[in-house]
Design a protein around this ligand. Structure first.
Ligand code: CMC
Length: 436
């Protein structure tokens, strides 16, 4: 963070003295005005619900240029990473700042692979849930419960503990997600197999049974690996900010990540992939492509409460680069599985075409986001809709943990404690019961 020559001055119309604030420059992206002393100097807070103009931290992990539609992990464009790396390369990069060389990759992959097994007791913990529980409810519980099983890596002041808990979380998430799925199906859990890739192992834990092994299909494995890569981190989104805020109290990493899982569940965030596929399925059942025009009218009508799921983004005001890559993967997977004529894919393409020409979407700069096509890919692979957000959580775990680690390594870090503009009652006396 470099101090800029520029300073910001805040002046008041009532004649109170104006105050000056330092301005910092990042390596790229908007400068920030440092208002940390605002309250001390003026007795006033800033007001920015939804963090529309607030940088809540300093970070060197992921950069998004929303106007250009650019996404960089540690400086590398997502388009290059998606074709040249596998998910564990990306995990290494996000955690350590550089891509691994051959030896580093071998070591890292081995470390992750050897932590995929979960404590057997977690099976019994999971069995306490109803079989029809939403996988995100199960996952929130299971991730939080990890802190009860792995006490030996919860000292957040110890870098070795932080490292091992990062490896454990990345390694165990696929096992937990697959367990949540198997439980919902009434099938036995499938243990991880260390000779498979990260993604291949996950597919096998999902789809093998004790009666029949699962042979990993390379196209499917590559497609899912790409889904993981595209979801690995996304700077200070809602769930990542949740992990940072939760972690800022000094809680253990498993507790902080489970808070991230809970936040991700919402339909405006990670839950959008599930909501998007449900929207496409409903539209298909109610007339398909022929009814797209009518549906779009509803989307544009603010009173209908209907949004075009998988569209729009707080930061991207141009095409989401992840959506472009996902659309490519979608075509590849559907072709490989003989589903080129998949009606939902056609419907999605038609919705996109109409939306991108419609002034409502053009004026508001609404483009497809990553979730618009990821559901179609996952459905083609055989992943049930209710598990989509859990897959997102699996992939985002590395981003959450890297951001949490970055926060703890920052000597200036403090517990997150936003303030408020109070508009409730001022002091009043409690009335007696007969006067309430
Ligand atoms: N369909 C219809 N109108 C929309 C949509 C949409 N999907 N998204 C935004 N708008 C309109 C909104 O009504 C508003 O219009 P107006 O200015 O007339 O009031 C304007 O566009 C700005 O919307 P906003 O809600 O103020 O924007 P935001 O930055 O607060 O919200 C968003 C961003 C992603 C929550 C929102 O675009 C949305 O709800 N999209 C659908 C859900 C979705 O796909 N979420 C996944 C996001 S990407 C993956 C992830 O981050 O997890």
């Amino acid at each position: 963070m470099n101090l800029s020559d520029k300073k910001a001055t805040l002046s008041f119309s009532d004649g109170s003295p104006s105050v000056e604030f330092p301005v910092y420059k990042g390596t790229v992206g908007p400068d920030v005005v440092d208002i940390r002393k605002l309250y001390g100097q003026t007795g006033m807070f800033t007001f920015d619900p939804g963090f529309m103009s607030t940088a809540a931290c300093e970070s060197g992990i992921t950069y998004i240029d929303g106007d250009k539609g650019e996404l960089l992990y540690r400086g590398f464009p997502i388009e290059q990473l998606a074709v040249n790396c596998d998910f564990l390369d990306i995990c290494y990069l996000i955690l350590n700042g550089e891509l691994p060389n051959g030896e580093q990759k071998k070591d890292f992959d081995t470390q992750v692979t050897h932590h995929t097994l979960v404590n057997e007791q977690l099976h019994f913990f999971l069995r306490g849930f109803r079989r029809d529980a939403h996988p995100m409810a199960v996952l929130t519980g299971l991730v939080g419960a990890l802190s009860a099983f792995y006490h030996d890596s919860t000292d957040i002041t110890n870098p070795e503990h932080r490292h091992i808990s990062a490896i454990r979380l990345i390694a165990k998430m696929p096992t937990l997600v697959a367990m949540a799925y198997k439980y919902s199906q009434g099938q036995p859990f499938i243990y991880p197999r260390n000779d498979l890739s990260y993604t291949g192992n996950f597919l096998r834990m999902m789809f093998a049974t004790p009666c029949e092994d699962y042979k990993v299909n390379e196209v499917v494995e590559r497609a899912l690996d790409r889904i993981f890569i595209l979801h690995a981190d996304h700077e200070q989104n809602a769930s990542t900010s949740t992990v940072r805020l939760c972690g800022s109290s000094g809680t253990n990493p498993f507790a902080a990540i489970s808070a991230g899982v809970a936040c991700l569940w919402g339909p405006a965030h990670g839950g959008a992939n599930e909501a998007c596929l449900q929207m496409l399925e409903e539209l298909q059942a109610n007339g398909g492509v022929a009814k797209v025009g009518e549906f779009m009218e509803k989307v544009k009508d603010k009173n209908s409460g209907v949004r075009l799921m998988g569209f729009g983004h707080r930061v991207y005001k141009n095409y989401d680069p992840r959506a472009k890559l996902m659309q490519e993967t979608c075509k590849e997977v559907l072709a490989a599985l003989g589903l080129e004529n998949d009606p939902l894919f056609k419907l999605a393409m038609e919705l996109e075409r109409i939306a991108l020409e419609d002034p409502y979407f053009v004026q508001r700069k609404l483009y497809p986001n990553v979730d618009f096509y990821s559901g179609i890919v996952q459905r083609a692979i055989g992943i049930p809709t209710s598990l989509f957000t859990a897959i997102f959580a699996l992939a985002r775990t590395v981003g959450w943990i890297a951001q949490w680690n970055e926060m703890l390594s920052d000597p200036d870090y403090k517990i997150g404690r936003p303030r408020q503009l109070f508009t409730g009652h001022v002091t009043r006396d409690v009335p007696e019961m007969n006067k309430r």
